[in-house]
Every structure is written in C-alpha cells, then in structure tokens.
Design a binder for this molecule. Structure first.
Ligand code: NAD
Ligand code: DAU
Length: 337
C-alpha cells in the first residue's frame, strides 16, 4: 500500500486525480488535505467518498503542526502537492495569499517530507513559470524561468524550493509543469467554464485585450495520467513538461463554445486586458513522452464537447457556486456587466 498525502484534492485537478486514481487502483491509500478555500468543493469528490482507502482532512498546508501530525498518523511516504491559489486574476487583485499558500505551504510540506524520509514528493507546477513566448517556439524543461504574475512567481519560487530540497537533502522531488487544463469541476472563474456558464445564462463573454493570447489546452484526465506516470517513474530531481500540443487563441475557444451552444457571437465583449497578460504558452512534452511513455489520449474536439455537456448537465453544481461569494469576486473583476 502506498500512503499518499494528496493536497488540494478538493479543487479542480486534485479532485479529478483522486477520483481517477481511486477508481483505478487499490494500492494507494489517499489522505486528502485541503483547506476548502473558495475553490475547494467536497461535491467534486462524491465518487471517492466512503472508499476504505480514502480520508479527507480539512486543513491548511501552511500549518506545520497539522502536516507533521498527518505524516505521523498516516505513515505518509508519498506527497502529491496540488494545493495552491491558482487564479492569475486573483493574484493581481491581491498577492499575499498566493505567497503564503504556494510558497510557504510548499515549504512546510517539504520540511515534513524531509523529516519523514518520503519516497517521492511530486510538486504540481505550471508552464506559467517560463513566462511568455513570442509567435514561435515551445517551452522545454531547460527554458529559463521568467514568471510574470504574482501567481506564476509564487509557483516558480515553490519549484526552486522543492529542487533545493532534492539537491541539499536528497528529498526525492519530481516536478510536473503542465499547460492549461479543462474538464469537469473547474471553478467558473477560469476561461472555459466562465464562458460556458455565461453563455448558458445569456451573459456577456468578457474577452481580454484582442482575444489573440494563445494557451495550450489539455484535458484534465490526460494531466492526471501524466501526474501518475511521473509519480510512479519520474526520476528524482527532474522536471517534466506536460501538454497536448493544442494551441488556440482565446477568441477561437469562445466562438467554439458559442457554436456548440447555438448562441450568437454578439454575446462577446472585448474588455480591458489583464495587466501583464502573457501572450502565448506552448509546451514541448517530448521528455515525458520519450522517457516515461506518457502521451495525451484525448482529442480536443471530443473532450471540449464532453466538457461543455458536463456543464450543461451539472447546472446544480455551478449554480451553487456562482450564487455565493463568487458574485463579489465577479463584481470586482468584471464590474456590473
Ligand atoms: P483549484 O484552485 O481548482 O484548486 C486548488 C485547491 O487547493 C482547492 O481545493 C483549495 O481549497 C486548495 N488549497 C488552496 N490553498 C490551500 C492551502 N493553503 N492548504 C490546503 N489546501 C489549499 O486549482 P487547480 O486548477 O485544480 O490547480 C491545482 C494545481 O495545479 C495548482 O498547484 C496549480 O498551480 C496547478 N496547475 C493548474 C493548471 C490549470 O490549468 N488549472 C495547470 C497547470 C498547473
Ligand atoms: O498555463 C497553466 C495555467 O493555466 C495554470 O497554472 C493556472 O492555474 C490556470 O488558471 C491557467 O492560467 P491562465 O491565466 O492561462 O487561465 P485563465 O483561464 O484565467 O485564462 C486563460 C486565457 O483566457 C488567458 O489568456 C486570459 C483569458 N481570459 C480569461 C478570463 C478569466 C479572458 O480573456 N477573459 C476572462 O474572463
């Protein structure tokens, strides 16, 4: 049995990971430590609830005493750290909690991991640590780090802290740097669910700048499988880029969503650009493909349709979210449109 501390498992990617892994394997004992911030939602984990090899603990990864207690109580030998403040726009509105959870929180986990001699520590990172690309080229694992937002800077700091624990103390750290995910249970502040939900509600679709910023999209289950591959076979001290070679300008995604939902493009509204908005991300994932045998399995066309359908079919899930504290954030970020 592998006793794994999975942090941030009530968020979008972490919950998909836990549901995926517990469905597939019974040799993982998963302790899910999540603070349940605005982005954490236990409804995402209904498929895993009640499984004998699953425990949920509500708590903060910055709480060193709690983290140490959990390592001891559950004989933790593995860590997968998804927990983070994850939204770039919110990091622009206020950076402190990003520094706390993403940098200090990761450091707390690393300290316990060191003391308890963990066998693997997987830090879930992002392609945003590399900064922005021009019209050509791809991020590789040797691309210089050049984070531009408070969010991506905090993720880069956490990566460097994790790598230093490998170099200095021999903690078997591995890092994944994935591109933009989409799929079920994604919090509606992010581009794809925001646009789907606004379309369903006949609300304006706020496109930043000229809509030509490019992101490289991957279905969340492909990311989960990459995390599994790196967790199982990644070499300590190494970084693995994860992406599905699916670059698209934002406006194309927005138009595709409108088309799938039979709505008119007049819902599109170009709004003030995100400050410091990175122009283009694109990932070279040949290292994980060649060395670990992972490759993306989901075709964008099919997986985006399936995702749109999920939001259409799971109105209760997102209606509960957008009726709460989210309204205040929406007002601050987008005004009264
Ligand atoms: P999310 O915002 O949906 O979920 C984050 C989860 O972490 C929430 O459940 C939240 O409650 C929890 N959390 C936040 N601070 C915490 C703390 N201090 N202690 C314990 N729990 C805390 O995020 P996501 O999109 O699922 O991203 C998960 C991870 O993947 C993040 O580390 C993010 O940087 C990384 N990532 C995301 C993407 C993407 O496209 N969404 C791409 C690459 C990497
Ligand atoms: O690249 C990986 C990263 O992808 C992750 O590390 C982050 O956690 C995740 O949030 C995501 O960051 P982005 O900033 O790329 O994602 P977001 O969905 O916020 O925005 C995607 C693009 O869409 C970006 O160019 C900004 C644009 N956008 C976004 C919103 C919310 C709009 O034009 N309008 C919007 O309202």
């Amino acid at each position: 049995m592998k006793n794994v501390l999975v942090t941030g498992g009530a968020g979008f990617i972490g919950s998909n990971f836990i549901n995926y892994i517990l469905d597939k394997r019974d040799d993982y004992f998963v302790v899910n430590l999540d603070k349940l911030t605005y982005a954490g939602n236990l409804e995402n984990l209904i498929p895993s609830e009640g499984k004998k090899n699953y425990r949920f603990v509500r708590g903060d990864i910055c709480n060193a005493e709690l983290v140490d207690y959990l390592f001891n109580k559950y004989k933790i030998k593995y860590v997968i750290n998804f927990a983070a403040e994850s939204h770039v726009d919110r990091s622009i509105l206020g950076s402190e909690v990003f520094f706390r959870s993403n940098v200090i929180g990761t450091n707390v986990l690393l300290e316990s991991a060191r003391r308890y001699n963990v066998e693997k520590f997987l830090q879930v990172s992002t392609d945003e640590v590399y900064g922005s690309l021009g019209a050509e080229g791809l991020f590789t694992e040797t691309t210089e780090l050049h984070p531009n937002s408070p969010y991506s800077s905090s993720k880069a700091a956490a990566d460097l802290m994790a790598l230093s624990f490998h170099h200095t103390y021999g903690v078997p750290v591995v890092i994944t740097r994935c591109s933009n995910n989409y799929g079920p249970y994604q919090f509606p502040e992010k581009l794809i669910p925001l646009m789907i939900i606004n379309t369903l509600n006949n609300k304006k679709l706020p496109v930043y700048g000229d809509g030509m910023n490019v992101r490289d999209w991957i279905y969340v289950i492909d990311h989960n499988k990459a995390v599994e591959a790196v967790f199982e076979s990644g070499k300590p001290g190494e970084v693995y880029n994860v992406g599905a070679s699916n670059e698209m300008p934002n406006i194309e995604i927005v138009k595709l969503i409108l088309k799938e939902l039979n709505k008119d493009e007049s819902l599109i509204e170009y709004v003030k650009d995100r400050p410091g908005h990175d122009r283009r991300y694109a990932i070279d994932s040949s290292k994980i493909q060649n060395e670990l045998g992972w490759k993306p399995e989901f075709e964008f066309e099919e997986a985006i349709s399936r995702t749109i359908k999920w939001y259409v079919d799971n109105k209760n899930w997102w209606e509960r979210i957008i009726s709460g504290e989210y309204q205040k954030y929406y007002q601050t970020q987008y005004g009264s449109r």
